[in-house]
Design a protein around this ligand. Sequence first.
Ligand code: SAH
Ligand code: SF4
Ligand code: F3S
Length: 477
Amino acid sequence: MKEYRILPDAEMQKQNEYIAKIRALVLGAKETAGEVKYAFVQTFGCQQNEADSEKIAGMCVAMGYEICSEPALADLIMVNTCAVREHAEQKALSIIGQYKHLKNAKPDMLIGVCGCMVTQEHRKEGIKHSYPYVDFVLGTSSLHRLPELIYTKIQRGKRLYCPEEKEYLVAEGIPIHRESTYRAWVSIMYGCNNFCTYCIVPYVRGRERSRRPDDIIAEVRELVEQGYKDITLLGQNVNSYGKDAKSDDGEIYDFADLLADIDKIEGDYYIRFMTSHPKDASNKLIDVIAESKHVAHQFHLPMQSGSDSILKAMNRHYDTEKYLRTVDYLRKRVPDVTISSDIIVGFPSETDEDFEATLDMLRRVKFDMTYSFIYSPRKDTPAAAMDCQIPDAIKGERMNRLLETQNAIALEKNKPMEGRIIKVLCDGPSKNNENVYSGRSEGNKIVLFDGDESDIGKFLSIKITRAETFALYGEKI
Ligand code: SAH
Ligand code: SF4
Ligand code: F3S
């Protein structure tokens, strides 16, 4: 028997009681004065935060609020923040600053700040002192306590700063209000144990804890039954799934086992996952993908750097040789797989040679896509205290060269798609041109085509007529 670290039912029950009390207040106002209460949820950061925001919205709906897309309309604004880079924090602080005038115009409005940024003590303090109109702050360990906080705030009127829990546990049963009716996030685990030296995530998300397999499989099954077509399993390092669950009989149930079990669910859907840490991306996992019916042939495998000495300084626990072995096995077992990666430029002490080694790896691996980031020192992480921080001008130059190199590779990878017919899940009108519809391929590439409203959320067959660096263009057949 495996033992998973789940929050006790009694705690969730307590929150459900708060939900019921707030619901009575919110719906009471609607009945007596015809007033609808609106909640607005704003999200910064990664998919994990997007998934959390769907839980925040889910709790708001359960409390009787309707979700709106305009902060000015809202009676409750929740800002779900990110701390991964300085820029992310500055953006969140600037938005919180802009909400001051909304609050002045509507003093009854509640403003809550949650997420990774305010899980850091200094940021919590900063909000306390510099943003006095923020009503409450809660970090990632206590997201499930949102109803309790809102109720206490309404009753007592005082500003509230929810302390972090001593132990970060999995909160099961929070209602989810999903943004899409055909793409869904499913968190399978929370937290991170890896402590890459540049990264703030382990400090703001706590240690790894996995959800029970049955809970995950039931959630995916329900999504497939509801017609969801593209489901992404989320975790900071999905390859660690299950390792934190104590077992008294040495039983192992890892991510590959979970993926294989999910794949047994019948239906027309893709399953994806992110993120895989290269140090423990196993051949067993790759075999499951190769033999599966529903796992998309797409793999996000953040390399971070192509220099072995930088990888060591990053505490990544793999070298370029191990990385290339994984890619080779992946391409052997899943020949049509698209591979994407995250790259950091300008990590402390990165020399020109180190950076050239990264470019070399890009040329060798030929990623379909990369997400590249300029190194941003994060408070209290080991890399922020390292000597030899790289000047901004050099970081910028390296970033430009990286993008130039990768763009040429992406185009080269996309060109052979011309003339092919591929399956595309349609998302709707594209952001830049309303007359062109946009969707994603199995490999998660953006595909643009002539579509109409009835295509949204459906799989289409698209013949690719032109391939460019960032998108494939085609027509419906
Ligand atoms: N758990 C995932 C990703 C977490 S954050 C993983 O290990 O891959 C997403 C990406 O942000 C990371 O892959 C990394 O490339 C980037 N990142 C994290 N900390 C950063 C920092 N301090 N500066 C710049 N980029 C960073
Ligand atoms: Fe950050 Fe590394 Fe954990 Fe990813 S694996 S979240 S980069 S510490
Ligand atoms: Fe994600 Fe940002 Fe937190 S990347 S885990 S929201 S620090």
